[in-house]
Design a protein around this ligand. Structure first.
Ligand code: ADP
Length: 498
């Protein structure tokens, strides 16, 4: 029996997941590491923690599984995206902590870019809407704020990399400096059509090209695992951003297929094939993956507050004692009783794009009870996803036949059925819910010839399918009321100044 290992380097933990050659998960091990908040709004990780937690989780998982390293055919890496690290090319020592994707320290730099009229150029070249999330302004910050960084960078003594790149450098015997096309597409410096670092953007951001990694395919052997780790030189055969790996792990390999991850927020990606679709609704255009030199593109949209509204009901409002309890409570009433919750805690994204919107509960009557409010919270997750899905369909002209789901809140059967009803689309939950790790394993197994495309497409299996069964008139009425309710939440924060 051969095995494939996925290293899933996430925002709060590093995981190693072992699959056998039949695509069955054998075991996994996860290690949390410290979140560093030096100032309000700043988020950092210690790159040493990222590396050691990843190596330890790999060693422990292999030991738990009782697998011989010689039987591991390949390792795939998937990672938190956009997080930025710089290190010395010779010693490998980081020059500063990793600046995490969530970190807002470079918001003023982004504002300057926008004021200079660069938003459209950035969108056309990179597919992204300028934001402090992406790596570009984080690199600029490091060059401007770490002593000697710029001089050393210009002398070619330094490497920049996202987490995939940092791990590739530190885990390979060869110490290679690469990143894959999906991670490159989140830097805000990568020309997604021409598949190269964009000279104009590098110049504009004052970033020397010498520090940039070589961009490789998502699925390809980049080097071999350092012998001192498992005592065996295993090929490292995939690098992929986490959402991109999940899209592949969900088997969304044809144009028009959609996956949605229901976590704290929701991340929805639609495969748009060889065509990079420019969104009219503020969605991002990104690489789905690059295999055999061929790029496949995706549209990406997110819902800021999804599972978080259930956490809020549990921890702040104390209306429920566990997230899972929400399912049975929602099902205990025949409808929402006219109650709508707009969880615009941090504003609203696509298609509303109103950062001044705030959370709102409307439609309360004397009969509205706990169950109605809990149900309205779950329904709000589905309504928001329907809105994003609508944007994707309008932008791409593609009408997906179904949506494949994963993430913690996808376990909620009420939510999944309501999602199918309100989106008028089948919602399908797979057997293997670890789609990110599975996707990285698939990319890696393909690169070493263990699995071909046919084999890969046979691994994904449905565990439960939710088909729409709500009458059209009822759906339309609910959507109209949702839109009316959204209207009440918009432009709340700055109303007085107007
Ligand atoms: P993340 O990776 O963003 O931390 P997870 O995929 O672990 O998220 O999912 C956790 C989120 O899902 C939490 O916000 C939680 O409130 C929500 N959640 C978990 N289980 C359920 C459930 N049965 N019903 C509704 N929401 C749930």
């Amino acid at each position: 029996m051969k095995y494939i290992v996925s290293l899933d380097q996430g925002t709060t933990s590093s995981r190693a997941v072992i699959f056998d050659e039949n695509g069955q998960q054998v075991t996994s091990h996860s290690i949390e590491f410290e979140q560093i908040y030096p100032h309000p709004g700043w988020v950092e990780h210690d790159p040493g923690d990222i590396l050691s937690s990843q190596i330890d989780s790999l060693k422990i998982a292999v030991e738990k599984a009782g697998v011989s390293p010689a039987d591991i055919a390949a390792i795939g890496i998937t990672n938190q995206r956009e997080t930025t690290i710089m290190w010395d090319r010779q010693s490998g020592n980081p020059i500063y902590n990793a600046i995490v994707w969530q970190c807002r320290r470079t918001a003023p730099l982004v504002e300057r870019l926008k004021a200079d009229g660069l938003s459209n150029v950035v969108r056309d070249i990179t597919g992204l809407i300028p934001d402090a999330y992406f790596s570009a302004t984080k690199i600029r910050w490091l060059l401007d704020n770490v002593d000697g960084a710029r001089e050393r960078a210009e002398r070619g003594e330094m490497c920049f990399g996202t987490v995939d790149s940092f791990l590739a450098y530190n885990l390979t015997e060869e110490k290679i400096h690469v990143t894959d096309a999906t991670n490159a597409s989140r830097t805000m410096l990568f020309n997604i059509r021409e598949q190269k670092w964009d000279e104009m953007l590098l110049r504009t951001m004052n970033i020397p090209v010498e520090i940039m990694p070589e961009v490789v395919d998502t699925s390809c052997v980049i080097g071999t695992l350092r012998r001192d780790i498992l005592g065996h030189p295993i090929p490292i055969a995939a690098l992929a951003g986490d959402q991109h790996a999940a899209l592949f792990g969900q088997g969304c390999t044809s144009s028009g297929m959609v996956k949605n991850t229901y976590g704290t927020g929701c991340f929805m990606l639609m495969n748009t094939g060889r065509n990079p679709v420019k969104s009219q609704n503020g969605l991002l255009t990104t690489l789905a993956w690059r295999i055999d030199g061929k790029s496949v593109y995706a549209l990406e949209g997110s819902v800021f507050i999804a599972g978080a509204v259930i956490q809020w009901l549990r921890d702040e409002v104390k209306l429920i004692s566990s997230a899972a309890e929400s399912e049975q409570l929602a099902q205990s009433v025949k409808d929402n009783g006219g109650v709508y919750i707009i969880p615009a805690f941090t504003g609203l994204g696509a298609p509303y794009w109103d950062m001044y919107a705030r959370g709102t509960i409307v439609g309360l009557t004397r009969g509205a009870g706990r169950a109605h409010i809990v149900r309205a919270a779950l329904e709000s997750i589905a309504f928001q996803n329907r809105d994003v899905l609508g944007c994707m369909s309008r932008d791409s002209g593609l009408k997906p036949g179904s949506m494949r789901v994963d993430g913690g809140a996808s376990a909620n059967n009420f939510l999944m059925q309501f999602q199918a009803d309100i989106a008028d689309m089948a919602v399908v939950r797979p057997k293997i819910i670890e789609t990110t790790a599975l996707g990285a394993a698939m990319f890696a197994a393909r690169a070493v010839g263990l699995w071909d495309d046919r084999r890969i497409s046979s691994i994904w299996e449905s565990q439960a399918a939710f088909v729409p069964r709500m009458p059209t008139s009822e759906r339309q009425k609910l959507i109209l009321d949702w839109q009316k309710a959204v209207g009440r939440s918009l432009n709340w924060e700055n109303q007085e100044q107007q």
